[in-house]
Design a protein. Structure first.
Length: 354
């Protein structure tokens, strides 16, 4: 191959497959076997072959990229999801453009730019707080790219989605605390109006009611998925004369903020209060104490959303409108570590650290 650029024929010869198989692997990797994919991509690396994406996209009238709308890029929760999306899209020959939707709340007149086929070939939406009217009023089917929700969703907006069962996950977290003997259980929630906040709160409340207990209003601490919100909730917990012996937090970040503030005030977790998180961030296993939490398969969520979007992108616009709306709900698991234990013997957390 000296003196000329490697061709698709060189890749096929090296991989021991036909040029048609190489083309199928590059354009639609999900329809070939894993063994074939591995052989083709290994041959591409060995030969140094480069796909002319610009020419390919021009022929297909595509941009060669999809867009992911993320509510807060500073939140480490999204890293594994984005990694799962990028891996699948890279194998399919697409670039991934990531946009933080936080500024859109202040400047949403630019929002429709993300909903034109000449701007992106598809959308993965991770933000359930976006305005419904901006997502609904996207023009004729022929002019708008397909869209898939991942993790979050918007009630009343019937679109393809990849999620977990948030209500069942919250129920599992609360049942763990009940099994340890806790009856005084509080809840640190997420942003008001967010579907994750409302669904996880419903799961926690329903599980307590099934056990003959009540989720007291003064034991529901407001939050926004941040460390700061966790610390503020810890201050409220400490300031109360009548407080829960365990707190189920809607995110790991808030759980860590909660524990960190208590540690700063010499309150021991879990001896004086048990804490459960949600997400199983990478740091959760290394935190002090290691955090009991709900494990979300974040990379799998991203990969499944990307594959779902690729399937939708293959369909003609009108056919997409007629097909059943696909939905995937992935399983979660409770990971028990050292931030939970049976309640204090008195049943009431001591007033240390005040």
């Amino acid at each position: 191959m000296t003196g000329r650029a490697p061709s698709i024929r060189d890749v096929a010869r090296t991989a021991g497959v036909s040029t048609a198989t190489v083309s199928r692997t590059l354009s639609n990797p999900d329809i070939v076997s894993q063994t074939t994919r591995d052989a083709v991509f290994a041959a591409i690396r060995e030969t140094g072959y480069r796909v002319n994406l610009a020419a390919r996209n021009l022929r297909r009238q595509e941009t060669g990229a999809i867009t992911v709308l993320v509510p807060n890029l500073a939140n480490p929760f999204f890293s594994r999801i984005l990694s799962g999306i990028a891996r699948v899209m890279w194998d399919a020959g697409y670039n991934v453009l990531i946009t933080d939707t936080t500024p859109m709340a202040l400047d949403d007149h630019r929002f429709p730019e993300y909903f034109r086929l000449n701007q992106t070939d598809g959308l993965i939406v991770l933000d359930g707080m976006l305005r419904r009217d901006l997502l609904l009023n996207r023009g004729a089917p022929e002019t708008r790219p397909p869209m898939v929700f991942a993790c979050e969703w918007i009630d009343g907006l019937d679109r393809p989605s990849v999620t977990i069962d948030n209500r069942a996950a919250s129920a599992g977290a609360v049942r763990h605390l009940l099994d340890l003997g806790h009856t005084r259980i509080g809840h640190l929630g997420g942003p008001g109006g967010n579907v994750l906040s409302t669904t996880r709160l419903a799961g926690a409340r329903g599980t307590l009611e099934a056990a003959g207990l009540t989720l007291r209003a003064d034991w529901i601490y407001p939050g926004d998925f941040t460390l700061r919100a966790g610390a503020e909730a810890a201050a409220r917990w400490l300031a109360s004369a009548d407080r829960p012996s365990a707190v189920f937090c809607t995110s790991d970040e808030m759980a860590m903020g909660f524990i960190g503030e208590l540690h700063r005030r010499d309150v021991h977790v879990p001896r004086e209060v048990s804490v459960v998180g949600f997400d199983d961030l990478e740091i959760a296993a290394h935190f002090v104490p290691p955090l009991t939490t709900i494990h979300q398969p974040r990379a799998a969520i991203g990969a499944a959303a990307a594959r779902m979007l690729l399937e939708r992108m293959k369909l003609p616009p009108r056919e997409r409108e007629l097909r059943p709306i696909p939905r995937i709900i992935l399983p979660v698991e409770l990971v028990i570590r050292h931030s939970t234990a049976p309640p204090p013997a008195s049943g009431m957390p001591p007033r240390s650290g005040i």
